[in-house]
Write a protein that binds this ligand. Structure first.
Ligand SMILES: NC(=O)c1ccc[n+]([C@@H]2O[C@H](COP(=O)([O-])OP(=O)(O)OC[C@H]3O[C@@H](n4cnc5c(N)ncnc54)[C@H](O)[C@@H]3O)[C@@H](O)[C@H]2O)c1
Length: 287
């Protein structure tokens, strides 16, 4: 997108973490920003803070509900009359269950929020963006976990995020084939400081088991919390996304030096080997 200032952006999952970082980067660049989240109180606190940077609104929505996302689109148009950037970013942490022990509720919750949430965003916003006959950009938040596999503790999460990568690639291709001026990106963060583990506990349906229910699970979550906290800041991730929108870049990695893990996966496929088990550079994070 060539013109950024004055454009309208919508960010889901914006009450904290990467979504908030994007909202801050966009507002500071002169965009009008609609922040949305299912946690209404936290959302309004964040909206009040981001309002210091620019013109913002807060509209609560549960992205797993198509009617909420349609309402978000309708109210965005009422407020600002257009929408140029949509960031389908809302997501939850992994429940870390073994596949054969995972309840259907766990599956449905993860897929409803992280895959159907993106689907709902595309269905409610892309037709509006196309009808504007103007520049536009859709950013879907996947994960490095959407480009690699092999972490047995994140199987459902990775299944969802691979879905987000696949549908984002298809979206970009379909828009290009139709000669549209709306483009797409898929954001694949590495470690970015956020509140995702605490939010998991707040948001999970009762039927979804907490990964911290066992001592081993608690240790894994404690380590992951440290890794995220030592990673990029959410604002840095937001600035990376803003630059990718300006550059019209499709694959957006917050940690481009992690791409060797994608190569490892592809090499296993080409070689007919078993799935690779890529390890992020954890040692580097702790120096
Ligand atoms: N932080 C990382 O290192 C990292 C790495 C890879 C991918 N991601 C992805 O980045 C995105 C943002 O996560 P984050 O790490 O900033 O975590 P976060 O918990 O700080 O932010 C996610 C936000 O999404 C909201 N949310 C959850 N379910 C929702 C729903 N049904 N409807 C609307 N909002 C909902 C939460 O309330 C929260 O505010 C997620 O999609 C996550 O999977 C994060």
């Amino acid at each position: 997108m060539k013109q950024i200032k004055g454009r309208v952006a919508v960010v889901t999952g914006a009450a904290s973490g990467i979504g908030r970082g994007m909202a801050e980067a966009f507002a500071a660049a002169g965009m009008k920003v609609v922040l949305s989240d299912v946690r209404e109180e936290a959302l309004m606190e964040t909206v009040a803070a981001v309002a210091k940077l620019g013109e913002v609104r807060g509209i609560a929505a549960d992205v797993s509900r198509a009617e909420d996302v349609q309402n978000l689109a309708d109210r965005t148009l009422e407020a600002f009359g257009a929408v140029h950037v949509l960031c389908n970013n809302a997501g939850v942490a992994s429940s870390k269950s073994l596949l054969w022990e995972s309840s259907l509720e766990e599956w449905r919750w993860h897929l409803d929020v992280m895959v159907m949430g993106v689907v709902h965003g595309i269905r409610s916003f892309v037709p509006v963006m196309l009808a504007q006959c103007d520049e536009g950009h859709v950013v879907n938040t996947a994960s490095m976990g959407g480009l690699i596999t092999g972490s047995d503790s994140q199987a459902i999460y990775m299944t969802a995020k691979h879905g987000v990568v696949a549908l984002s690639e298809a979206l970009q291709d379909q828009l290009a084939q139709q000669g549209e001026r709306v483009r797409s990106s898929v954001l694949c963060p590495g470690f970015v400081a956020s509140e995702v583990f605490d939010n998991f506990e707040t948001l999970k349906p009762d039927a979804v088991r907490s990964p911290t229910r066992t001592k081993e699970g608690q240790q894994i979550v404690d380590l992951e919390k440290k890794l995220l906290a030592a990673g990029k800041t959410a604002r840095e991730a937001g600035e990376i996304v803003l630059q990718a929108i300006r550059d019209e870049r499709f694959y957006v990695l917050t940690h481009p030096d992690w791409a060797y893990m994608v190569e490892g996966r592809m090499r296993a496929i080409v070689d007919g080997a078993d799935p690779a088990r890529p390890i992020p550079p954890i040692g580097e994070v702790f120096g």
